[in-house]
Design a binder for this molecule. Structure first.
Ligand code: ZN
Length: 417
């Protein structure tokens, strides 16, 4: 078969798959959601996504899985760029090939597109996250009910340091999954995709927004001795690329430099940057930078939120408080308190960007050992958001607002007895 007709036949077949997918997504009948256990920097997170049967293959929303892991997705024509834990990968629609900065790998089934999301075969999820990001994700939905999983279950024993934990469901750190959200009579394909941004919360209600467990009071004490600003991505890792060509790594550096400059004018707390140039850094390298020391607060700046209700919104992420105690919970509790405080300051400022808070696993905090707040400052995923961040004056105004909010919050925090 000549190359062109082969391509044509393949295109027709894939178009058919897309039609089937669209039909399935529009239908109300769905199987029970597929659940996965993700291991991100030693922290376990439970993922759940509705299953869509596409020609006998169980597909799940890749956006939903990435979202629950604290990553982001930018959809472009014919492909999606997934950002997770400081790395990114590009998945091509109707193709099984996935490209990262360093390699390409092939899934068993093609990636499909539908309703502002990419879908992958549930059976491909493990390979996708392992090969693409070095993140261990394992499917926990089995034919047998979870209670029958035992420490001897080989597939789970590989990943779970504590297989017994599978018997007791973890408190879900993420915002309520679609299954327990108030049901609204709309297309299930739309309800499955929880909007990545929580509704913008007013300052007084911000404290109630996250789904984390109660913060231990002792974790909130102690002055902030330093502010470390981390410009997300860098070097070969561009982060999200906007349609107009704006790169997240450049936006985050410009934001970090401006926030540092303005913070200095308003606070005596020393401020530093984890990177001040265009270079790729691992979470460990960021954590090892001079400003990340005991007593510091680490604020990582990003601009790749998958979608935002308004271009200028700020999404503040902190690691979930699990209620299991120990250092991770103390750090998460302190980070949650700062994230909520920062949201309160931003939401209380007139004319500034509105902020929302939510919990997500943050490997950077695990690596740094200091509380970390990851701020998605606007989004490059929409034309409107990208235009706002490409405009130096508007970007600076956003940075100035964040600097003022940070300075006020930390100055007040340190002034408390
Ligand atoms: Zn990012």
């Amino acid at each position: 078969m000549p190359h062109s007709s082969l391509k044509h036949a393949r295109g027709a077949r894939l178009a058919l798959i897309c039609l089937i997918l669209a039909a399935c997504l529009g239908a109300s009948g769905q199987d029970a959601p597929a659940t996965f256990s993700g291991n991100l920097g030693g922290e376990r997170v439970t993922l759940s996504a509705a299953v869509h049967d596409v020609g006998g293959v169980a597909y799940v929303s890749l956006n939903r899985l990435v979202d629950q892991l604290g990553g982001g997705m930018t959809l472009m024509t014919g492909q999606g760029e997934i950002s997770l834990d400081g790395a990114s990968a590009v998945a091509v629609v109707n193709d099984a090939a996935v490209r990262t900065a360093t390699k390409q790998f092939t899934l068993q089934h093609p990636v499909l597109a539908g309703d502002n999301a990419l879908f992958i075969a549930a059976s491909d999820a493990e390979a996708f996250f392992r090969e693409g990001f070095g993140v261990a994700v394992t499917r926990t939905t089995a034919a047998a009910p979870p209670v029958e999983l035992s420490p001897s279950t080989p597939a789970d024993a590989l990943l779970e340091e504590d297989p017994a934990a599978l018997l007791a469901p973890l408190p879900d750190p993420a915002p309520a999954p679609a299954a327990v959200e108030p049901l609204t009579p709309v297309d299930p394909a739309l309800t499955e995709e929880a909007p990545p941004l929580e509704p913008v919360t007013a300052p007084e209600s911000a404290a109630e927004a996250p789904a984390s467990a109660t913060v231990a009071p002792e974790s909130l004490r102690g002055p902030v001795l330093a502010l470390a600003l981390d410009a997300g991505h860098g070097g070969s890792d561009a982060g999200t690329t906007a349609q107009g060509g704006v790169l997240e790594k450049e936006v985050t550096l410009a934001l970090a430099q401006r926030v540092a400059e303005k913070f200095k004018e308003r606070s005596k707390i020393p401020v530093s940057l984890t990177r001040d140039g265009d270079r790729a850094m691992t979470a460990g390298e960021r954590a090892a930078s001079g400003g990340v020391k005991p007593g510091a607060l680490l604020v990582s700046l990003h601009a790749g939120a998958p979608a935002a209700p308004e271009g200028a919104g700020v999404l503040l992420l902190h690691a979930p408080v699990t209620g299991r105690g120990g250092d991770p919970d103390a750090l998460a509790g302190r980070a949650q308190s700062f994230a909520e405080g920062l949201a309160g300051k931003l939401n209380g400022a007139e004319g500034g960007a509105k902020a929302a808070v939510r919990a997500a696993p943050l490997r950077l905090q695990t690596a740094a050992g200091v509380p970390c707040v990851l701020a998605e400052c606007g989004t490059l995923s929409t034309a409107e958001g990208a235009a706002a961040l490409a405009d130096a004056a508007r970007r600076d105004a956003l940075a100035d607002g964040i600097a003022a909010a940070l300075a006020e919050l930390l100055n007040e925090h340190n002034a408390r007895p």
